[in-house]
Design a protein around this ligand. Structure first.
Ligand code: NG6
Ligand code: CA
Length: 517
């Protein structure tokens, strides 16, 4: 048994010691306060990286993380789309409790200031907290003036520093926001944004198809910026517009600056990638680095960024004292509105691995995502089949850093630190998977609640199977990992029991076991 395991088993790091007061001793404090970097890729599927079986692209840097860390085979984001998933990860609360759904680019901040958050908890533990990259949790109070200070935002909900892509790459305004200001804005050319009607002089994709790198569906054919049509309309802000092909480099630059500036004290960095979400426009350095066109090349770019991140961490001498968690915000999608050939050039590559569905789906590929925890010298490299959910990062990292959770904080977050560190192979005994319906996982069983609401119109012509059915679905994943045999009719007692368990979780305001309060 290595020294670290001995410490953990002796109660040094696990949450049962939450009652201990955090020590003021700098050295001891440091030992219990490793740096934490959460590498959060956008729309990366279970099968999209080499160590999870990718065939259309090589990901040597992610594979290297996995080879020296714990690679999880049954770890989940909380929801099959971005906003709910990120909301849950940062608040430890299931998104359905808060009606969190995909937000437009001018939506107000979804996390109410005052809400207990993962970064806020870590700030209390003495961490400097930063977010670099995609946000998509709204900004401001209802109307955003992009030319003034924009708040509330990440700085009001637990982050000490932020450099944001405010929503998604496919939504206006296509500008970065650093702390509370749009970066590089010329005050003589103010930004205006409208999600209902055209404003300003930028053409739309329908008006100027000749300007487009690739065409898009109707929803993505509004304002054209940098040869790509987006959702929503904007005017002004010319000097501040991002160039999609440079975003990975820009974000990495900000990450390097943050790491260098904070190397001497504990930090938490939420490195939130824009790859591999649409519109995919990786830098020309990555052209044909995959056999899959832009989607695969964006994966190669993401992998390169991960390699550069790791190099930086090592060069700063931080490797031994930094946990890197690599994962994704939802499952994969090929056609998400742009004609970028992701479907045509897929070949034999399976974005969702052996699982059914993908982004937007109630089936496993919706939320089961690549997940790696890297902490050299501290975790034993290997593969874990524990059932994990990102909603638990909050309580688990509170356990690690010896922070006590308030009774109402992070209501669905369990402290499962031993599972995250690869020492416990069970993890969760019950877990909700959220999509346009709700599903419950209990070990090998999966129950998908019936949904009578129609599939949203814009999802209908996608190749993705949403898993929405008017009848209940029950699958035994141990025999049927691809969720093909609905056992609900054959095994009504099990379906009924799980339906009741799911209703209990949704009806109760919180699901964390009382033993963890
Ligand atoms: C959808 C967009 C899609 C993507 C998604 C959010 C349409 C038709 N589709 O509404 O392109 O932006 O929202 O993706 O508008 S996510 O990863 O941020 O959840
Ligand atoms: Ca996403």
């Amino acid at each position: 048994m290595n020294l670290f395991l001995k410490i953990v088993l002796a109660g040094g790091l696990v949450s049962c010691s939450q009652s201990e007061k955090p020590t003021e001793n700098a050295q001891t404090g440091r030992a219990n306060k490793p740096n934490i970097i959460l590498v959060y890729v956008d729309d990366l599927g279970y099968g999209d990286v080499g160590c999870y079986g990718a065939t259309g692209v090589k990901t040597p840097n992610v594979d290297a993380l996995a080879a020296s860390g714990v690679r999880f085979t049954d770890a989940h984001c909380t929801a099959a789309t971005c906003t709910p998933s990120r909301f849950s990860m940062l608040t430890g609360s299931y998104a359905f409790r808060n009606n969190a759904a995909i937000l437009p680019g001018d939506a107000p901040l979804l996390i109410k200031p005052g809400t207990a958050t993962l970064p806020g908890m870590l700030q209390k533990a003495g961490y400097t907290t930063g977010v670099v990259g995609k946000w998509h949790l709204g900004l401001g109070n209802g109307f955003i003036d992009w030319n003034q200070e924009i708040k509330p935002g990440p700085l009001e909900v637990g982050f000490s520093y932020s450099f944001l892509v405010p929503a998604t790459l496919d939504r206006v305004p296509t500008v970065f926001v650093e702390n509370r200001r749009v970066v590089g804005l010329d005050p003589q050319d103010p930004i205006r944004v409208d999600y209902t009607q055209k404003i300003g002089d930028y053409p739309t994709g329908l008006e100027a198809p000749e300007r487009l790198k690739y065409t898009a569906d109707a929803q993505h054919s509004n304002t054209v910026i940098n040869g790509i049509s987006r959702i929503g309309y904007m005017a002004g802000g010319k000097a501040a517009l991002w160039k999609d092909e440079d975003i990975a480099d820009v974000l990495l630059g900000k990450v390097k600056t943050f790491l260098t500036a904070n190397r001497a004290k504990p930090f938490f960095l939420y490195f939130s990638f824009t790859d591999i979400h649409v519109p995919r426009a990786p830098n020309a350095r990555f052209t044909n680095k995959s056999t899959m066109g832009l989607r695969g090349d964006a994966i190669a770019q993401m992998d390169w960024s991960v390699g550069e991140l790791l190099k930086t961490v090592k060069a700063l001498g931080l490797a031994e004292n930094t946990i890197i968690i690599f994962t994704s915000d939802n499952g994969p999608v090929l056609d998400d509105g742009y004609d970028d050939q992701a479907v045509q050039r897929l070949g034999a590559h399976q974005p969702g691995g052996p699982f059914r569905g993908g982004k937007y789906s109630a089936y496993e590929a919706g939320t089961r995502v690549p997940t790696i925890l890297y902490w050299p010298g501290k975790v034993k490299p290997g593969i874990s089949r524990a059932l994990l959910n990102q909603v638990d990062l909050y309580a688990s990292l509170a356990g690690l850093t010896k922070q006590r959770l308030g009774a109402a904080d992070a209501p669905d977050s369990y402290d499962l630190l031993p599972a995250w560190l690869g020492q416990d192979s069970t993890g969760r005994t019950a877990m909700v998977e959220e999509s346009f319906t709700l599903a419950l996982r209990e070990k090998n069983w999966k129950y998908i609640a019936p949904q009578s609401k129609p599939t949203p119109e814009w999802l209908k012509n996608k190749t993705i199977e949403t898993g929405l059915k008017t009848a209940p679905q029950l699958y035994d994943l141990s025999a049927d990992v691809a969720e093909r045999q609905n056992l609900a009719a054959k095994n009504p007692a099990q379906a009924k029991r799980m339906a009741a368990a799911l209703t209990k979780i949704t009806n109760n305001g919180q699901s964390r076991p009382p033993s963890q309060l």
